[in-house]
Design a protein around this ligand. Structure first.
Ligand SMILES: O=P(O)(O)OC[C@H]1O[C@H](O)[C@H](O)[C@@H](O)[C@@H]1O
Length: 538
């Protein structure tokens, strides 16, 4: 049944400009009552304007939208991506000791386990120095060439898990801008470099172009014979990887039921596995699996993915806040905001419902962010005093990985909690006036100066706290956000698993390329495009 936000909007309107602090005064247990835990994670959403009544109504959306049935449909391999006729089974990639999962009557788990075992065997051999390049020298560097989901997952996780890296160094090339591949290859020795071409379709123009450039770079030193030993491929398109010259034993395949932005758990995670080793990679999978279990079994009121989704719906569709900031107080999560941009915006940035009718409300929000504390010295000004409200999602760990620098970690945590507190508390005109009086201001100038120093406060934020950013915890966090996207998508009644919105630009770029190269004319193009072609063609 389609959801109706009218009741929630009425509750929001009735709350008026009620202050979040008043909710705490009224309910001394608010912090615990508006928090939930899962396998060591703590999600605190008490510093939002959601009260018991609005939470009840939000939870009601899950039943109206049939989230529980759709959740089981996803986990059991039904083709819920119905504009592409595909199942959505990234969860099978981390179903390490679970039961069979069938698609079209066939259990996919033997294939998943087989590919994982091949990846592990290769990773072990490479890390022991047994799988070598043509010169016999061990691989020291790995270059993952991919874009979108074939880049963001591995690069995000590699950066996040740097303390666990004890294998080859990984480098990531994604942009079709030749500067990217040039700069990465410039520092590398082809004799000790493994190039991984990561592309689900093996047709993505950026990836195939960069792969050809890397191939030419390698062949220049090692000859054609080097390709079979120095290139691996991660793809669903086995025929195309063979055409490229990649040896079949270095092709790690997967099925179309793994969406690009959900693919880090399988072969697309090979670079990560090479860097941290198969055992540690398994910990990452186990974290994802733990979150799957939590998502499937925890009651909705304690279910982290559901709660994150409902908080998201409340802020975006009900309160009308069009963006949300993801602010990890964890330097190594520096690529997480970019990863979540693809995960959330490519999944839930849709304008029609499943049945093709116009969506009667806004779809997913604009997601953006940076690690704290850097963001504090950049854009937090707008978050605190701008005219628009930006719901903030903070993340922070109890421990860092640098015991010698524990004092810095304390400062980091203090900053995170202080920002969340400051957003809620604000600073009133009275308080600001008092401060400016002590600085010697008076009269009209006192008021003018004080007004610049007012923080409206009452701005919502959530905190996701964890013990330490281990591979397991990273797995939990990534799966948490995946399932949050799923729940929001189901409530909105959209297909979170296609991405038709990326197609038009790709088609037009292909058509413009020959115009820029001077081998086709620009007939039918608009004046602006023609003017820019004229300026930019070489
Ligand atoms: O892995 P590939 O097939 O090369 O696709 C790479 C990326 O490009 C596409 O345009 C999609 O927008 C992404 O969802 C995908 O992750």
């Amino acid at each position: 049944m389609p959801v109706d936000f009218a009741a929630l909007k009425a509750l929001h309107a009735a709350a008026g400009d009620r202050h979040i602090l008043d909710l705490f005064s009224r309910d001394p247990d608010r912090a615990t009552e508006f928090s939930a835990r899962a396998d060591g994670l703590l999600f605190d959403y008490s510093k939002t304007n959601i009260d018991a009544q609005s939470r009840e109504a939000l939870l009601g959306l899950l039943d109206t939208a049939g989230v529980a049935e759709k959740r089981e449909a996803m986990f059991s391999g039904e083709k819920i991506n119905d504009t592409e006729g595909r199942a959505v089974l990234h969860t099978a990639l981390r179903n390490l000791d679970g039961g069979p999962v069938t698609v079209g009557g066939k259990d996919v788990m033997p294939g998943v386990r087989d590919t994982l075992a091949r990846m592990e065997a290769f990773a072990d051999r490479l890390r022991r120095g047994e799988a070598t390049g043509v010169s016999g020298a061990p691989f020291e560097d790995v270059v993952n060439i991919g874009i979108g989901g074939s880049d963001l997952g591995p690069v995000m996780a590699y950066e996040a898990l740097k303390p666990y890296v004890d294998g080859p160094r990984c480098h990531f090339v994604s942009n079709v801008d030749g500067a990217h591949v040039h700069d990465v290859l410039a520092g590398l020795d082809p004799r000790t470099t493994l190039v991984i071409v990561a592309s689900k379709t093996f047709t993505t123009i950026e990836t195939m172009t960069n792969a050809k450039t890397a191939r030419a770079w390698l062949v220049e030193t090692l000859g054609e014979a080097g390709v079979a030993r120095h290139f691996a491929a991660l793809s669903t398109a086995g025929d195309k990887t063979a055409e490229f010259g990649i040896a079949p034993d270095l092709v790690f395949g997967f099925e179309d039921w793994v969406g690009g932005r959900y693919s880090v758990w399988g072969p697309i995670g090979l670079s990560l596995m090479l860097a941290i080793g198969p055992r540690t990679f398994t910990d990452f999978l186990r974290g994802g699996q733990a979150m799957d279990r939590h998502f499937r079994t925890a009651p909705w009121a304690e279910n982290l993915p559901a709660l994150l989704a409902l908080v998201g719906i409340w802020h975006n569709q009900i309160c009308g806040h069009a963006t949300r900031a993801v602010l990890p107080y964890e330097q190594r999560l520096l690529r997480l905001p970019a990863y979540l941009q693809q995960l959330e915006m490519e999944s839930n940035g849709k304008r029609v419902a499943m049945d093709g009718t116009d969506l009667p409300f806004d779809s997913g929000p604009v997601v953006w962010g940076e690690p704290g504390t850097n963001g504090q010295h950049a854009f937090y000004q707008l978050i605190h005093q701008g005219t628009r409200v930006v719901p903030c999602e903070f993340m922070v760990g109890k421990y860092g990985h640098e015991p010698d620098l524990a004092h810095q970690h304390e400062l980091l945590v203090a900053n995170c909690l202080a920002q969340s507190e400051a957003l809620m508390r604000g600073r009133s005109l009275v308080e600001a006036t008092e401060i400016m009086e002590t600085k010697g201001f008076s009269g009209a100038e006192l008021e003018r100066q004080a007004r610049h120093r007012v923080f409206p406060g009452n701005r919502p934020s959530t905190v996701l706290a964890y013990e330490k950013l281990t591979p397991f915890v990273l797995g939990q966090i990534v799966a948490l956000y995946e399932h949050r996207v799923f729940v929001e998508g189901v409530i909105l009644g959209i297909n979170s698993y296609d991405q038709w919105g990326v197609e038009l630009g790709k088609e037009l770029a292909l058509a413009l390329h020959p115009v820029l190269a001077g081998t086709a004319d620009g007939a039918g193009k608009d004046g602006s495009t023609l003017q820019l072609v004229d300026y930019l063609k070489t």
